[in-house]
Design a protein around this ligand. Structure first.
Ligand code: NAI
Length: 220
């Protein structure tokens, strides 16, 4: 399929479409109109049409969307129609939690190895994945065609490890360390910060609380 520039906002919504379409497939639904999808997803039908029209030719007037086709096209766009080899740097609490989560493999993300500096961890095996010394990082990346590295190490160590990963040929970093990494333009970084998500939640719940207080005061 021809790749045209798709806005970041649309891309950020695709995983959610993908999840709903996957559920529809499990339910045996073969096609769905934008209106039906709209009421399921609580997104306006026009937003759905606008988003999905970006890829052209998925919807047909009066027929709706072919669920399986749309599902596989979105997978292609997201690059999850193929296998990605992943490593985890930092085999502590978070690194092990990620390694123990089996669903990433269903999406094509296969965790090939874990790395740490702690001698007590090196040699342990988590769900079939061996924890290796970080000294073996470069060789392992080259020999195992690793494309993605998850960084679950302290922020002070992250820049040095990121440089090593880039030099070894890694093109994508899934960054959990609380620092902004500086990488060349052809390397992509996706930051995941649960605490930032919590702060956004806190903001929303606080504004709701303020609103309720205001209403209460107005009634007094
Ligand atoms: P942890 O202390 O359990 O694990 C960190 C591991 O990294 C340890 O096993 C340590 O030996 C290893 N390590 C340290 N330097 C290393 C190096 N140069 N190379 C390889 N391994 C190295 O900590 P935890 O709870 O797993 O958190 C890991 C990091 O992730 C922390 O920096 C934490 O702040 C961050 N974090 C981020 C979250 C997010 O949402 N982004 C959520 C939770 C933690």
């Amino acid at each position: 399929m021809e790749r045209k520039e798709i806005s970041k906002a649309v891309i950020s919504r695709l995983p959610r479409y993908y999840r709903y379409l996957g559920e529809l497939i499990e339910e045996g639904v073969e096609r769905i109109s934008s209106n039906e999808l709209s009421s399921r997803m609580k997104v306006t039908a026009s937003q759905i049409r606008q988003d999905l029209n970006n890829f052209g030719g998925f919807g047909q007037q009066g027929y709706g969307y072919n669920v399986k086709y749309l599902y596989s096209e979105i997978a292609k766009i997201l690059g999850i129609d193929r296998q990605h080899n992943v490593i985890i740097i930092g085999a502590g609490n978070l690194g092990q939690a990620i390694a123990n989560y089996t669903n990433f493999e269903r999406r094509g993300f296969v965790i090939r190895g874990m790395f740490d500096i702690n001698p007590k961890l090196i040699g342990l095996v988590i769900r079939g994945i061996e924890i290796r010394s970080v000294d073996d990082l470069e060789t392992f990346i080259r020999e195992n065609e690793i494309q993605i590295a998850a960084l679950t190490i302290p922020k002070t160590k992250a820049p040095e490890i990121a440089d090593r990963l880039v030099n070894a040929g890694i093109r994508a970093i899934w960054n959990f360390a609380h620092t902004d990494l500086v990488v060349p333009e052809d390397v992509v970084v996706e930051n995941v910060h649960l605490s930032e998500s919590l702060m956004r939640l806190s903001y929303r719940v606080s504004s709701m609380y303020d609103l309720q207080e205001e209403k209460k005061n107005a009634l007094k």
